[in-house]
Write a protein that binds this ligand. Structure first.
Ligand code: PRE
Length: 357
């Protein structure tokens, strides 16, 4: 047999498997539709991140084939996103512009079939969620190189929304350009922060290029797509949107550069998954020992604290603080309930959700 006929035979097998996959996927979606009808009649929540996580974990533990965990997650997250859209189409707002890392984070959870709305500010995302113009919003909360996005934490305090899930997104920059020969690139567009995070690559490959700061990495991609002799340092998704070929991938200096995003919604409560995190806002009396005593409760009940930040109250000239706290556990855990009861009126719980980082 020659190569061509072997290839033909292998492709025939792939076609057969794809037909079976399609049938199975449609059979799955028939069941999803039934679940959707049931949920609608009982006014139940469509998005169940803890159920999705449990499915991914079960599949990972059963897996014996070539697919690794990341591949299984990517395929099934897309299936879940399509399933949710069959149950009820979802509108998702994100911090724009299109092609931003928030857009990428949103797409990673809500897939290709959801309706995405790009908004210019984090506040606009919060307001759209609060007024229920959209079902979900995706906003950045912290970057492990640059720290907390204080605007998001302040808005969590000011606008009544719930946290549905967190999304850790590895931040990879690509160098994208219409130029095939890198010697012809004399100008690179991006944001200051991206230039900072890709310093070594730029020094090694483009020591003489002019670095031009624009308002977003998506804008950089748009600009580079229109101008000869230029490139953009941008997200993969931005390069795709502006049809700009990627010349180099993952050009950041630090491979661990990760941003944590939050999915927010107007009303939401996740069931416990066994691996949860809870976010609360706490306003304690401004006197010696009040914070220390509050934190001691977590020690007493063996609850691990993940993050604590103080933020000034905005309506007072003197500096008085409230606290943003993340800890491990679910709001329905007995020990967590004890703390919440003891400090009733001083704690606002923003939600319990699957802990991914
Ligand atoms: C399903 C879809 C959406 C939810 O986020 C979780 C799971 C799925 O596709 O498996 C089904 C479903 O709606 C459910 O199990 O509640």
């Amino acid at each position: 047999m020659n190569v061509e006929s072997i290839l033909q035979e292998l492709r025939r097998k792939i076609d057969d498997i794809d037909t079976q996959l399609l049938e199975l996927l449609n059979a799955r979606m028939d069941i999803v539709k039934e679940i959707g009808t049931l949920k609608k009649t009982h006014n139940a929540l469509i998005y169940r991140p803890e159920r999705e996580r449990a499915i991914l974990q079960r599949l990972a533990s059963q897996n014996k084939g070539l697919l690794n965990q990341a591949a299984i997650d990517a395929i099934f997250l897309e299936i879940f996103a399509v399933a949710r859209n069959i149950e009820m189409p979802e509108k998702v707002a994100f911090l724009g512009p299109e092609g931003s890392f928030s857009h990428q984070a949103a797409e990673s959870r809500f897939g290709a079939m959801s309706e995405y709305i790009s908004l210019p500010t984090i506040k606009a995302v919060f307001e759209s969620v609060h007024t229920e113009r959209v079902r979900f919003g995706v906003v950045p909360i912290e970057n492990n190189q640059e720290g907390t996005v204080t605007e998001t934490i302040d808005l969590l305090n000011q606008i009544d929304v719930r946290i549905v899930a967190e999304i850790p997104l590895p931040i990879h920059f690509s160098l994208a350009s219409n130029e095939e020969n890198i010697k012809k690139i004399s100008k690179i567009y991006s944001r200051e922060i991206a230039f900072r995070q890709c310093r070594k690559f730029l020094n090694d490959y483009f020591p003489n290029a002019l670095l031009v700061n624009v308002e977003s990495t998506s804008k950089a991609a748009e600009q580079a797509s229109q101008e000869v002799g230029t490139a953009a340092l941008c997200s993969h998704i931005a390069a795709k949107i502006y049809d700009l070929p990627v010349l180099f991938d993952n050009v950041e200096d630090n491979a661990h550069n990760t941003t944590r995003f939050l999915i927010i919604s107007k009303t939401f409560s996740n069931q416990a998954s066994g691996n949860d995190k809870t976010t609360i806002l706490v306003d304690l009396p401004d006197k010696p020992g009040s914070l220390a005593m509050f934190l001691q409760e977590f020690d007493r009940f063996g609850i691990n604290l993940n993050k604590i930040e103080s933020h000034p109250r905005k309506n007072e000239a003197q500096f008085k603080y409230w606290f943003y706290i993340d800890f491990e556990g679910h709001i329905e855990d007995k020990n967590v309930q004890r703390i919440l009861e003891k400090y009733e009126g001083q704690i606002r719980c923003l939600g319990s959700y699957v802990k991914l980082c």
